[in-house]
Ligand binder design. Structure first.
Ligand SMILES: *[C@@H]1O[C@H](CO)[C@@H](O)[C@H](O)[C@H]1NC(C)=O
Ligand SMILES: *[C@@H]1O[C@H](CO)[C@@H](O)[C@H](O)[C@H]1NC(C)=O
Ligand SMILES: *[C@@H]1O[C@H](CO)[C@@H](O)[C@H](O)[C@H]1NC(C)=O
Ligand SMILES: *[C@@H]1O[C@H](CO)[C@@H](O)[C@H](O)[C@H]1NC(C)=O
Ligand SMILES: *[C@@H]1O[C@H](CO)[C@@H](O)[C@H](O)[C@H]1NC(C)=O
Ligand SMILES: *[C@@H]1O[C@H](CO)[C@@H](O)[C@H](O)[C@H]1NC(C)=O
Length: 794
C-alpha cells in the first residue's frame, strides 16, 4: 500500500522538460538547476533538459559530477529506471552517453548559454571551454534516442550530439568516415583515452591513438559484408555511413571501453538483467591480442605479463613500470637516445612473439636486413618479422615507432605465418666494450686539403683497389704487409690505430655498420676511426669487401659534424644562414653528380640523408658512409638490388625493388633539399602529423609553396624566391623515375642555367606512391596481411 503511494508520488513529481528556446542560460549551481539527482555510486547530475516516460525520467542533459572530483562534465546520460523511496537517490549507476568537455571539466558556477548564434559552455572565470556555432537556431531538444539537437525555425537540424560521438554508439546513430568513437580514460574520467574506432571505405577499424595510429581490429569489411550482426542489433552500412540498428525495445548501446574492448550492453526488463556482448571476441580470441593487456613493452604469455628481458633470456634492460602490477607495462632502464646518430642501439630477440599491428611495406626480406633498417631510423622501436615456416629469407617486416603489448604466439594458433619480434634497446656505454678484432687493415682517407670530393675520391679509389689487389693477404696484428695502394689510401697497423684513437676512448657516434671514435695523427690532424661490426657480411662496406675481413677505417675528422644536427635543431642555436644552406644544397648536388658521372664505374650511394652529409670548418660538403654504395659496371644502367636505404628517403622504385638506377640518389636528394629548406624531417611522425612530402604536395597544389619554408628562419623568409626555387627543384627530384632528372640536370637547375618544366599533377608526391600504378597506394590500405588474417576463420 505504502509502495503504491510512493510510486504515485513519483509519477506526480517528474514532469519532463525536454526542450529550451533561445536565448537561455543555465548556471551550474545546486540552487538554480531543475533537477539535482544523486546515484548510488556517489555520482550526481544537475539537469538542464530531461525527458521521460510513464512518469519516470529516461534521458537527461546536464552537469555531471563523478563523485571523486569537485568538477563537472556537461553530459547526456541515460537515467536508471528505478528510484528509491527517498525520491532522489537512484539505485543504479547512470550511463554517460556523451560528453562535451571530457578533457576540460568545469567548476561550480560555470554557465551554459544558448543563443541564436551558438551553444557555449563557459567556466566561472569566463573561459569558453566548449562551444558550437549554431547560427539560426531557435532552440534545443533532447530526444528519446539520447540525441541532443539544435533546431532551425523549420525544425531542421543545425547541430546534434549524434554527429560528434564520444565513447558510445547508440541505436539510430550513423557514423561517417570523419566521425570517430573515442574511448575515455575510465568510466567516470571522461578525458580522451588511448583508443578510437573509425571507418574508411573498406572497413571499421579499432586503433591505438599513437603516431602513426596502430590498428588492432577490423569489422564490417565491405568487400564481404554490408552488415555486422550481433543478435540484439546490427551495424548496417549504406553508402559511406554505418547505422546502428537495434532489434529490441530495451535500451542498448555499444561502448569502446577504456581498455580497447568493444562491448554491446543491453538492459533487459528495467535493469533486472544485463546482456553483455564482446564484439571483438571472435577476432581477438586471445586476451593477449589487446594492445594494452600488459601495458607498454609488456609481453603477454597466456594472459601473464612479463618484461622483454624475461622472454629473451637477458637481464638489465627493462623493469616493470609498477613493481607490484605486471600489467602496467615495462620501461627501458636505459631509454633510447636519438642524440647523435644511432648511439649504441641493439636488439633483444623475442622468438615466437608477435605484435597486434602490422604495417608492412617491405616484403621478401630477411630479419638481419629488417634490423639494419630499424637501426638506421631512430624512431623505430622494434622489428616485427613475419615469415612462412619454410623460408625465413622472404619475410615481411614492420617497424612500430611506439610499442604496446607484445604477445607470445600459442602453440595451437591458426596463423598462416610465424613471427619474431626484436625490441630495440640502448646499450649502456660500460657494456659496449667490444673486444677488438684480430685482423686488420686500415685505410686512411682524405688527408688532402679540404674540398668537396675528398671522400668521394676515396670511394672511387677503393674500387680501383678492388680491381687491382684481389690477392691481398689478411694481416695479423703487428705484421706489416705492403700493398700498393693509391696515394689517398694509407695503411695502419692495429697498434698504430689504437694509439691514434687513444684506445677507442672517445666515441663520436654509431651507425648500423659500426662505431666511430675520435683520434689524432702524429702530425696533429684529427681523424675519425670507424670500427665495423662483424655482421651482415653481404651488406658490408664495399671498401672492406675488397680487402677481406678488415674492420677499421679512418676518416678525416669533420669539425662541424653531420648536417642533421644543423637543420633539425629546434632550439635555433645552430641556425644556418640561407647562404650556407644554398651552399650545402649545391655541394651535395655536385658531390652526387661526381659519384654518378665522374667515377668510373658510376657509384650509387643509396643512403643520401642529412646524417650522411658531413660538414667541415667552412661548411664544405662531404658525402660519407658508403655502407650501402654500389658500383655499376659501365654498360649497366640499371641494377637489381635488395632493399637498401633509410625509410623516408627511399625512392618508390627502390622500395618496389625494380628499375633501380642512380636516380634513387636523386630522389633522396630531393627529400634532403626539402628537409634543409623546411627545417624538419620528412618522416618525423612524433612531432608532425603528416609527412613533409605530403605537406609540400598540398601547398604545391594550392600554389602556396612559400608557406612550407622554415618559419624560424627570418633570413630565409626575406629570400623566399630562392627558397621556393629550391623546393621546386626538390619536387623535380621526387618525380617518377622515368621523368626524374639526372644529377647534371639538377646541378644546372640549381645554377639557373636551364629552366624547369611545369608540373600539372602532383600525385607522385606521396610517401606511398606506387610506381606500378598511376594512383598512389592509400595509407589505410596497408594492413593487408593483418586484414586477411583477421577475416579468416570465424
Ligand atoms: C560514497 O561516499 C561515501 C562518503 O563520502 C563513502 O563512504 C562511500 O564509500 C562512497 N560510495 C561509493 C560507492 O563510492
Ligand atoms: C522535428 O524533427 C525531428 C527529427 O528530425 C522529428 O523527430 C520531430 O518529430 C519533428 N518535430 C516536428 C514538430 O515536426
Ligand atoms: C573524476 O573526474 C576527475 C576530473 O576529470 C578525474 O581526475 C577523476 O579521475 C575522475 N574520477 C573517476 C572515478 O574516474
Ligand atoms: C541490417 O542488417 C541486418 C542483418 O544483416 C538485417 O537483418 C536488417 O534487415 C538490416 N536493416 C536495415 C534497416 O537495413
Ligand atoms: C576490458 O574491460 C572489460 C570491462 O570493461 C573486461 O570485461 C575485459 O575483460 C577487459 N579486457 C581486457 C583484454 O583486459
Ligand atoms: C610462456 O609461458 C610458458 C609456460 O606457461 C613457458 O613455457 C614459455 O617459455 C613462455 N614463453 C615465453 C616466450 O616466455
Amino acid at each position: 500500500m505504502l509502495l503504491l503511494i510512493n510510486s504515485f508520488i513519483i509519477h506526480a513529481l517528474f514532469l519532463d522538460y525536454p526542450s529550451a528556446n533561445v536565448t537561455s542560460s543555465w548556471l551550474n549551481s545546486p540552487s538554480t538547476v531543475e533537477g539535482n539527482w544523486r546515484f548510488s555510486d556517489n555520482t550526481s547530475v544537475r539537469t538542464i533538459l530531461a525527458i521521460g516516460r510513464n512518469g519516470f525520467p529516461d534521458f537527461c542533459f546536464g552537469f555531471f559530477n563523478n563523485g571523486t572530483a569537485d568538477t563537472f562534465f556537461l553530459v547526456i546520460m541515460k537515467v536508471p529506471d528505478k528510484v528509491d523511496s527517498t525520491f532522489s537517490v537512484y539505485d543504479y549507476p547512470p550511463v554517460v552517453l556523451w560528453s562535451a568537455n571530457g578533457d576540460s571539466p568545469v567548476g561550480e558556477n560555470a554557465i551554459l548559454a544558448l543563443t541564436d548564434a551558438e551553444l557555449a559552455l563557459k567556466d566561472v572565470d569566463g573561459t569558453v571551454v566548449w562551444s558550437r556555432s549554431t547560427p539560426g537556431s531557435v532552440g534545443m531538444e533532447l530526444a528519446f534516442n539520447g540525441n541532443l539537437r539544435l533546431m532551425s525555425e523549420q525544425n531542421g537540424t543545425i547541430w546534434e550530439s549524434f554527429q560528434e560521438p564520444t565513447n558510445i554508439w547508440l541505436p539510430g546513430q550513423s557514423l561517417l568516415p570523419s566521425q570517430n568513437l573515442y574511448s575515455s580514460m575510465s568510466t567516470y574520467n571522461l578525458a580522451k583515452g588511448l583508443f578510437y574506432l573509425g571507418m574508411n571505405n573498406d572497413f571499421i577499424g579499432c586503433y591505438v591513438d599513437s603516431r602513426p595510429a596502430q590498428q588492432y581490429c577490423s569489422l564490417l569489411n565491405v568487400r564481404h559484408h554490408t552488415s555486422f550482426d550481433f543478435g540484439v542489433g546490427s551495424l548496417n552500412r549504406s553508402g559511406n555511413s554505418v547505422t546502428y540498428i537495434a532489434r529490441s525495445q530495451d535500451f542498448q548501446y555499444l561502448r569502446l571501453q577504456p581498455n580497447g574492448s568493444l562491448i554491446v550492453f543491453l538492459f533487459l526488463d528495467n535493469y533486472k538483467e544485463m546482456f553483455y556482448y564482446d564484439v571483438l571476441n571472435d577476432q581477438l580470441r586471445d586476451a593477449c591480442s589487446y594492445p594494452t593487456v600488459c601495458g607498454r613493452y609488456g609481453v603477454c604469455n597466456n594472459t601473464k605479463c612479463s618484461c622483454p628481458d624475461e622472454a629473451s633470456g637477458s637481464t638489465g634492460f627493462f623493469r616493470q613500470s609498477n613493481a607490484l602490477q605486471s600489467d602496467f607495462g615495462c620501461e627501458a632502464i636505459n631509454t633510447i637516445s636519438c642524440g647523435d646518430n644511432i648511439d649504441n642501439h641493439d636488439f633483444l630477440e623475442l622468438l615466437n612473439v608477435n605484435y597486434f599491428s602490422f604495417r608492412s611495406r617491405i616484403s621478401s626480406i630477411d630479419a638481419p636486413q629488417c634490423k639494419d633498417i630499424c637501426l638506421r631510423d631512430c624512431s623505430c622501436r622494434a622489428v616485427v618479422f613475419r615469415y612462412r615456416d619454410y623460408d625465413t629469407s622472404k619475410g615481411e617486416c614492420s617497424f612500430p615507432t611506439d610499442l604496446f603489448s607484445l604477445m607470445v604466439t600459442k602453440k595451437d594458433n591458426m596463423l598462416p605465418y610465424k613471427a619474431n619480434t626484436c625490441v630495440k634497446i640502448q646499450i649502456p656505454r660500460a657494456k659496449n666494450k667490444k673486444s677488438s678484432s684480430t685482423s686488420l687493415v686500415v685505410l686512411l682517407v682524405s688527408l688532402f686539403s679540404s674540398g668537396i670530393f675528398l671522400l668521394l675520391l676515396g670511394a672511387c679509389y677503393f674500387y680501383v683497389l678492388r680491381r687491382k689487389k684481389r690477392s691481398i693477404v689478411n694481416e695479423r696484428e703487428g705484421e706489416t704487409s705492403i700493398i700498393h695502394v693509391p696515394p689517398v689510401v694509407i695503411k695502419f697497423s692495429y697498434n698504430d690505430l689504437r694509439a691514434i684513437a687513444e684506445d677507442f676512448r672517445v666515441q663520436l657516434g654509431k651507425g648500423g655498420y659500426g662505431e666511430v671514435f675520435e683520434g689524432t695523427l702524429k702530425d696533429g690532424t684529427k681523424v675519425a676511426v670507424k670500427q665495423l661490426f662483424d655482421k651482415g657480411k653481404t651488406e658490408f662496406l664495399p671498401e672492406v669487401e675488397t680487402i677481406g675481413s678488415n674492420r677499421l677505417l679512418v676518416y678525416e675528422y669533420l669539425h662541424k659534424g653531420s648536417l642533421d644536427k644543423w637543420i633539425f635543431d629546434r632550439n635555433g642555436e645552430q641556425n644556418l644562414t640561407w647562404k650556407i644552406k644554398w651552399q650545402i644544397i649545391l655541394g651535395i648536388a655536385k658531390g652526387l653528380e661526381y659519384l654518378h658521372e665522374h667515377c668510373n664505374p658510376k657509384i650509387i650511394h643509396f643512403d643520401i640523408k642529412p646524417q650522411n652529409i658531413l660538414l667541415d670548418e667552412e661548411f664544405n660538403v662531404k658525402i660519407a658512409d658508403f655502407g650501402l654504395a654500389k658500383w655499376i659496371e659501365r654498360d649497366q644502367s640499371k641494377i637489381s638490388t635488395m632493399i637498401k636505404g633509410t625509410r623516408g628517403y627511399m625512392a618508390p622504385e627502390l622500395i618496389a625493388g625494380r628499375n633501380v638506377s642512380v636516380k634513387v640518389d636523386v630522389y633522396s636528394f630531393g627529400i634532403v633539399i626539402l628537409e634543409i629548406v623546411c627545417g624538419r624531417k620528412n618522416s618525423d611522425m612524433y612531432e608532425n602529423e603528416v609527412y613533409l612530402i605530403d605537406e609540400v604536395k598540398r601547398k604545391a597544389e594550392e600554389g602556396r609553396l612559400e608557406d612550407v619554408i622554415d618559419e624560424c628562419d627570418e633570413e630565409l623568409r626575406g629570400d623566399k624566391g630562392l627558397a621556393v626555387k629550391a623546393v621546386e627543384i626538390a619536387i623535380r627530384c621526387l618525380q617518377p623515375r622515368n621523368i626524374r632528372p639526372f644529377m647534371p640536370v639538377v646541378v644546372k637547375l640549381l645554377e639557373g642555367t636551364i629552366e624547369m618544366e611545369p608540373i600539372f599533377d602532383y600525385g607522385f608526391l606521396s610517401m606511398f606512391y606506387d610506381p606500378n600504378s598511376s594512383e598512389a597506394v592509400k595509407k589505410n590500405d596497408s594492413e593487408r596481411l593483418m586484414d586477411s588474417v583477421l577475416s579468416g576463420p570465424r
